[in-house]
Ligand binder design. Structure first.
Ligand SMILES: *Cc1c(COP(=O)(O)O)cnc(C)c1O
Length: 402
């Protein structure tokens, strides 16, 4: 059985246990607490709230089922599911750092993650240096005696820049620091950072893992060494837990994750290649394209590609937004990872100078030929007077360095 075939079996097959009466679909345990006949049983259970079922802020069978599947998919020993990706990310970071520590983070990481590290954590005396994460030298140069954490997101979700995961993890180990990697883009189907030396993997479950744009969630995965303290402190004390209802929905989505990712990969590459040949496209940012500057690195640390990517253009933002408005299949919106294709158009800036436009596309599960036809037809409808092209909206910028 190949590694990819194995993924299909992991998401489809369960050992059926007595607690669920052989139910094929894991029941939603809609309960806040679990009760006991005697104090002896209660006290025994309370000794390990993460292994026993005592209170749903700590452990609930429906959520636990999903956590065990995700741990298996990521090659980790334990996973904990949170109410959102940001709840998982902030808990993972807080579990590693303390007052006076220093963090190094790739400068293109997800915006709220950068704000949490670079602004919010300052009030606890934790400082972050942001580096161009594509070069190992930049990570090395940023190291300080108090560096405790290297935070990676590979690939990043606007410019799709990679970091050399094995080298960054080895660097962290050599200085006694830890690594966290946001694996939302590649999913456990295409990239397993724990097998490359990373300490903790985080995901926004909201995206591909749930896959149907109907829930918000997050997960942290790692070894017992990191997860056991995180479960009794950041998980139980902050309380940003995933509810059993959400875990039931996510489990349903997870059943088809490998099939969805296979289709997303094929459709995404087809459309990225198509766009690479269009007159309005200056450059396509997709690590699966052979002309992507980090394609070789991508091949050494990923086994496949997902379907969120961007292209740079010399066309004005207003014209590209008019084009986006006329698209039939692509909806305008934040997020990604569901069945529906999405588009975002922003100004691309470098040191506050506009250097072009950036269009981020999410390729859903529609027929890629329909999506290509949609883009072609929409171009034919775009009419824009030259003056309109001059108007750039406020707050429309996406910084090339962030
Ligand atoms: C959406 C996203 C997050 C945050 O996840 P939420 O579920 O919205 O909190 C984190 N990282 C990446 C790369 C994302 O795209």
């Amino acid at each position: 059985m190949s590694a990819k075939e194995k993924l299909y079996s992991i998401v489809a097959h369960d050992a059926h246990d007595d607690r669920h009466h052989g139910a094929i679909s894991v029941p939603i345990y809609q309960t806040s607490l679990f009760s006991f006949d005697t104090y002896e049983q209660f006290n025994l259970a309370r000794r390990d709230e993460q292994e026993n079922f005592v209170y749903s802020r700590g452990n609930n069978p429906t959520v636990r089922y999903l956590e065990d599947k995700l741990a298996l998919l990521e090659h980790g020993e334990r996973a904990k599911c949170f109410s959102s990706g940001m709840a998982a990310i902030s808990a993972a970071i807080m579990s590693i750092v303390q007052q006076g520590d220093h963090v190094i983070c790739t400068y293109q990481a997800y915006g709220p993650t950068r704000e949490f590290l670079g602004v919010y954590l300052l009030k606890f005396g934790v400082e972050t240096t942001f580096v161009d994460g594509s070069s190992l030298e930049n990570w090395k140069r940023a190291v300080r005696p108090n560096t405790r954490l290297l935070y990676l997101e590979s690939p990043t979700s606007m410019m799709f820049q990679l970091q050399d995961i094995r080298s960054c993890a080895a660097l962290a180990q050599s200085i006694g620091a830890e690594t966290i990697l946001d694996n939302s883009w590649a999913t456990p189907c295409h990239q397993n950072p724990l097998t490359m030396g990373v300490s903790l993997v985080v995901h926004s479950i909201t995206k591909y893992i749930s896959g149907h744009s109907d829930c918000v969630g997050g997960v942290v995965v790692g070894s017992h060494r990191f997860m056991d303290p995180l479960m009794s402190t950041e998980y139980m004390l902050f309380g940003g837990i995933m509810t059993p209802q959400t875990a039931g929905l996510v489990t349903r989505g997870l059943r088809t994750l490998p099939m969805r990712m296979q289709r997303h990969e094929t459709s995404g590459l087809k459309i990225a290649e198509y766009l690479g040949k269009q007159h309005y496209v200056r450059k396509v940012n997709h690590p699966g394209l052979t002309n992507h500057p980090q394609h070789e690195l991508a091949r050494t640390q990923m086994s496949g590609y997902s379907s969120l990517f961007s292209f740079e253009s010399d066309e004005p933002v207003a014209k590209l937004r008019a084009w986006a408005d006329s698209l039939h299949y692509f909806r305008i919106g934040a997020s990604w990872g569901g069945f529906e294709s999405l588009i975002n158009v922003n100004a691309l800036t470098n040191n506050d100078q506009q250097t072009g436009s950036l269009v981020r596309l999410y390729i859903g599960s529609e027929d890629p030929d329909d999506l290509i036809r949609d883009m072609e037809e929409a171009w034919r409808c775009v009419t824009l007077s030259p003056s309109e092209g001059e108007i750039y909206e406020q707050n429309a910028g996406i910084s090339q360095d962030g």
